[in-house]
Design a protein around this ligand. Structure first.
Ligand code: BJW
Length: 229
């Protein structure tokens, strides 16, 4: 039998054991910041310095030398490297831990913290350091238009056509470390469940746990390597 075509969706829970906070857990990012203040286009228009400060602080966490991919990121990169059929890793995470672990067939559907986008010319550039109103765009040279290359509420997630095509053809869908609270990612399981096998790997049952054929609950660093090997 041909090996299954796999789509894997990951969320903040897979990076928790590397030391990054999730959003909706009790100690999560949304317990300390209001979404309306930092994660909407309206918030950026109203108070760009506040929003840049929020993302500059999170970008600084990526530069912390102690931050490393964990066993779950590594197991997914290993799976991809040996998988002979279609494989796509769709992450909602803006961190770069999947990239660092070696994942290649990877989509960052909510963008990447280490990139910036110019509101003047739309160029996307590498932005490892702080962004401010003075940061010039490396492509057009103009300042005042550099925003974090992340997807805020009300904005269209990235590479949806590629994700849609992979979901349409997949035989196995695995959701890892995501609460299932944010669409469109939360709706992927409904799109595939009538023709693909579906598996949830999460610390606790997600909002859509009942929609999966099987759900295993526990820390990602244990569940994901066990699933892969
Ligand atoms: C572990 C673990 C361990 C812990 N091991 N597991 C009704 C009203 C208004 C809007 C909407 C609506 N219905 C739908 C919408 C749209 C909206 C939406 O979904 N809102 C909901 C809140 C209802 N969605 C959007 O706006 C999206 N765009 C869109 O729909 O476009 C279409 C459109 C465009 C224009 C007009 C009309 C339609 C965009 C969503 C963008 C989300 N952006 C964020 C911020 C990104 C930048 C940043 O990082 O700051 O993305 S929000 C935040 O949530 C982030 C995450 O990627 C996303 C998902 O969170 P995730 O990853 O699931 O984290 P948590 O914390 O929720 O869950 C972690 C899980 O891990 C938990 O279950 C833990 O148990 C578990 N865990 N430790 C394993 N060790």
């Amino acid at each position: 039998m041909a090996p299954p075509k796999i789509v894997i969706l990951t969320g903040a829970g897979i990076s928790r054991e590397s030391g990054l906070h999730t959003f909706r857990d009790a100690d999560g990012i949304w317990a300390r910041h209001r979404i309306e203040d930092v994660a909407t286009p309206e918030a950026f228009a109203r108070d760009p310095a506040l929003v840049q400060g929020f993302y500059n602080a999170r970008r600084a966490q990526l530069r912390d030398p102690s931050l490393r991919p964990n066993a779950a990121h590594e197991a997914l990169a290993e799976l991809e490297a040996r998988w002979p059929a279609d494989f796509l890793l769709v992450t909602q995470n803006v961190d770069d831990l999947h990239d660092r672990a070696g994942s290649k067939r990877l989509v960052h559907m909510h963008g990447e913290l280490a990139k910036a986008r110019c509101l003047h010319c739309a160029a996307v550039s590498h932005a490892p350091g702080d962004l401010t109103a003075e940061t010039p765009c490396p492509a057009c040279g103009r300042a005042g238009g550099m925003r974090p290359h992340v997807v805020w509420f009300g904005e269209m997630p990235l590479e949806m056509e590629r994700i849609g095509a992979a979901l349409e053809g997949c035989d196995l869908f695995v959701s890892i470390g995501t609460s299932g609270a944010v669409y469109p990612a939360a709706g992927f399981v409904r799109e595939v469940r009538h023709r693909a096998d579906t598996l949830e790997l999460n610390l606790e049952p997600s909002e859509g746990s009942h929609l999966f054929d099987e759900a295993r609950h526990g820390p990602a660093t244990q569940l994901v390597p066990a699933f892969v090997r």
